[in-house]
Design a protein around this ligand. Structure first.
Ligand code: THU
Length: 159
């Protein structure tokens, strides 16, 4: 038997310590929480995805009475970007969430399905997507989606 340790590089910043570009992306994710359609969970999530050419695609969670038919904020933003600007790699994703009228103190982290979807973009465009997870007490910055999804199934096994 041998043990394998997997470590995830995460930097935690105060919002004010971030670059203007990152702060802007987070502000856009926060603003998008207001467009969330979440009558079932009342959990409002916003996402903003910056592409290599500076374009930003935004999304919010969109729920449905048939629960699995809804979609998370991250994939709403990502699929819009992939459909409208398929030639431009995404480079950074910011996520924010609020519930009961307040942004989360701790970060909001993307669900497993969103991590898997976003990983596809890292493979497709051959470059990492920085992930910025907003909480009122700090912003977690992770260098790539792959870091959030250890032991990935990324399609290379299909070759
Ligand atoms: N949700 C997101 O949009 N993104 C996340 O990272 C976590 C969860 C949504 C899905 C659902 O509409 C609600 O939040 C509660 O799970």
């Amino acid at each position: 038997m041998r043990e394998v340790q997997i470590t995830v590089p995460i930097q935690v910043f105060a919002f004010e310590e971030l670059s203007e570009e990152d702060r802007s992306l987070i502000e856009q994710a926060k603003a998008m929480t207001l467009t969330s359609y979440s009558p079932y969970s009342r959990f409002q999530v916003g996402a903003a995805l910056r592409l290599a050419d500076g374009q930003v695609f935004r999304g919010s969670n969109q729920e449905n009475a048939a629960f699995p038919s809804g979609l998370c904020a991250e994939r709403t933003a990502f699929f819009a970007a992939a459909a409208n600007a398929p030639e431009v790699p995404p480079v950074a994703l910011a996520i924010a969430a609020q519930t009961k009228g307040a942004f989360l103190k701790d970060l909001v982290a993307p669900c497993g399905a969103c991590r898997q979807s976003l990983l596809e973009a890292e493979v497709r465009y051959k470059q990492p997507i920085r992930v910025l997870l907003y909480g009122t007490e700090g912003v977690y910055v992770i260098p790539s989606v792959r870091d959030l999804l250890p032991l990935t199934f990324d399609g290379s096994e299909l070759a």
